[in-house]
Design a binder for this molecule. Structure first.
Ligand SMILES: N[C@@H](CCC(=O)N[C@@H](CS)C(=O)NCC(=O)O)C(=O)O
Length: 206
């Protein structure tokens, strides 16, 4: 069985959504924020971060986007991502990578700002620059959504679920409604998907 190290409100959200949408049973291990990781968790996740997953064959994996993508490939019947020969595949790969390499790290700079400067007086500046970077990135995603239903075209994918998650982490979680209307539209559709709605009872993202 898959074993998922996660925490409410964390990047574990997209992985839990993927497993649940695919109907894959998994064991959830809740990792408490701020508590020094024990040796077993550190072995699975050297940075002590969630999500981290141990596959049924014992392989350990970190990185939310990589885990989500692996699940989509392992259970293609769930249609969590466009197939490799689908026209939506390049967009899927692009937006998963963009979100995990541009948006997620910028959000970490907001909430873990002291890690990103050796100057205590610079913390607020780190946060302000990170918010500006997140806003710029959401502007790019919003533009890409113009005239299309989902990030990859006509079918919802994990790239959209990832987007909902990172939008909810914005320090002004309702900003999408006024600033990024197409992102707000996609998020509204997702909040009505039963699995996502149920998952939010635990994650309280919105
Ligand atoms: N690149 C990683 C980032 C994971 C990450 O930063 N997770 C946060 C929670 S959302 C965490 O566990 N932070 C604890 C820490 O860094 O000490 C991913 O995409 O999974």
């Amino acid at each position: 069985m898959h074993k998922l190290y996660t925490r409410a409100g964390s990047g574990g959200f997209v992985v839990e959504a993927a497993l649940e949408m695919a109907g894959v049973p998994y064991e959830r291990v809740d990792v408490t924020k701020g508590v020094e990781p024990d040796d077993q968790f550190r072995e699975v996740s050297p940075l002590g971060q969630v999500p981290a997953m141990v596959l049924p064959d014992g392989t350990a994996m970190t990185e939310s986007a990589a885990i989500a993508q692996l699940i989509s490939e392992s259970y293609p019947y769930a249609r969590l991502a466009p197939a490799t020969d689908d026209a939506g595949r390049p967009d899927f790969l692009r937006w998963m990578a963009f979100q995990t390499s541009v948006i997620y790290p910028a959000i970490l700079r907001i909430y873990y700002a002291p890690r990103y400067t050796t100057d205590p007086a610079g913390i607020e500046a780190v946060k302000a620059a990170a918010v500006a970077e997140v806003d710029r990135a959401f502007g790019i995603v919003d533009k890409a959504l113009e005239g299309r239903q989902w990030l990859t075209g006509d079918h919802m994918s994990l790239a959209d679920v990832y987007l909902l998650m990172v939008v909810c982490w914005h320090p002004e979680p309702r900003k999408a409604e006024s600033a990024w209307p197409d992102i707000a539209r996609v998020c509204a559709m997702l909040r009505d998907v039963p699995v996502i709605k149920d998952l939010n009872v635990r994650h309280e993202l919105w």
